[in-house]
Design a protein around this ligand. Structure first.
Ligand SMILES: *Cc1c(COP(=O)(O)O)cnc(C)c1O
Length: 355
């Protein structure tokens, strides 16, 4: 029986993605070869790369002047690539969690960093709102979804400087006004593909403006000029990413994903708010629709391990919270079927009846 997969990342992928990936591991594009053993420069794989880039542009309605890259190194590599390529003197960052603070740490290696606000004072349970972004910065960096803490910024902030965003865990879950951004990056393993590839959307005019020498592999220009084929790209994850992108399109695109994601999240949050055993950890207005974090109410704290076991008896996996929050985290990425969310809610209801 297929389990109900709530892992935060690597995480659930559509059946379409997994089936087509498995088939290509056997025989790719009718070549009589596995995708694992062919050249990334074969016309068959070049077509995969081209189609994946084109579909990202189509789904996110990316305007002219931007390039789509598929690189290795994870979102964590982008923490340094962004300032390496874009930070001339000063950048602004919003500190909304562990990933944001890791990005800040790297940026400080390259110049002045203004942390305009932080929600660390309350263990990152909210998104700061009243902050001022200085106008003399090269960019303002945000983390749109805080995977660990379950908070999310579901709109593109209005500021006078270019935005840079880590969208690792919520890309393709809402329409984005890409024209506001210099760079958007996302590790694939939350909402796109298996681990090993990172999606980057970069405004080409934003490149080439820093004085420092940039190592070839860390220079966005290298990859823009070579169409993400400067060196061997992560062939299999890119193939899987293409399958997911096709599936998104077939499902009705990003708006359809957003509608479904919101419905799934509402089903679970409603139960958390209703059930006497549980409570949410994130500030209600900043709740993420991708990662739903909750804990047991104080008087039921000792039941935490029991609920984990109870849920796992019903085929529910991956709901243990991150160690810095505790409790539970149910990740509801785009591929999450409503049925799995309902199964979790049912388990919460039945567990409540026993206590
Ligand atoms: C998972 C995650 C990362 C780290 O991604 P890697 O690909 O492991 O480097 C960074 N930012 C966010 C928001 C994440 O969810």
């Amino acid at each position: 029986m297929k389990k109900h997969n709530f892992y935060a990342g690597p995480s659930i992928l559509s059946e379409y993605t997994i089936k087509n990936t498995a088939a290509a591991v056997e025989d790719f594009a009718g070549m009589g070869l596995s995708i694992l053993e062919i050249s990334h420069r074969s016309k068959e794989f070049v077509a995969v790369m081209d189609e994946a880039q084109a579909l990202v542009k189509e789904l996110l309605d990316i305007p002219a002047g931007y390039e789509v890259l598929f690189l290795g190194g994870g979102a964590s590599m982008q923490f340094c690539m962004v300032p390496y390529n874009l930070l001339k003197k000063k950048a602004a960052y919003l500190d909304t969690g562990t990933w944001a603070s890791k990005a800040i740490k790297e940026a400080k290696l390259f110049g002045e960093v203004a942390v305009v606000a932080s929600s660390k004072d309350k263990n990152y349970t909210y998104i700061p709102k009243d902050y001022l972004v200085p106008e003399d910065v090269d960019y303002f960096h945000i983390t749109t979804n805080n995977t660990i803490y379950g908070t999310e910024l579901r709109e593109d902030p209005s500021v006078k400087v270019p935005l840079v965003a880590d969208m690792s865990s919520d890309i393709f879950s809402r329409p984005v006004d890409v024209s506001k951004y210099d760079v958007i990056y996302a590790g694939a393993q939350k909402n796109l593909a298996p681990a090993g590839v990172t999606l980057i959307i970069v405004r080409t005019d934003a490149l080439g403006n820093v004085d420092r020498p940039i190592p070839t592999m860390l220079n966005y220009k290298t990859h823009v000029e070579k169409g993400s084929m400067f060196n061997t790209p992560p062939v299999l994850p890119i193939y899987s990413a293409l399958q997911t992108l096709k599936w998104y399109k077939e499902q009705g695109g990003i708006k359809a994903m957003e509608k479904k994601d919101k419905e799934n999240a509402a089903i679970l949050y409603d139960e958390i708010d209703r059930n006497k055993l549980f409570k949410g950890t994130a500030n209600v207005e900043d709740r993420s629709i991708m990662n739903v974090c909750f804990v047991m109410n104080d008087e039921y704290k000792e039941l935490e391990a029991d609920f984990n076991a109870f849920a796992s008896g019903r085929g529910i996996v991956g709901i243990k919270g991150h160690r810095s929050v505790g409790g539970f985290r149910a990740s509801l990425y785009n591929a999450m079927p409503k049925n799995s969310v309902e199964t979790l809610v049912e388990a919460m209801k039945d567990f409540e009846k026993q206590h």
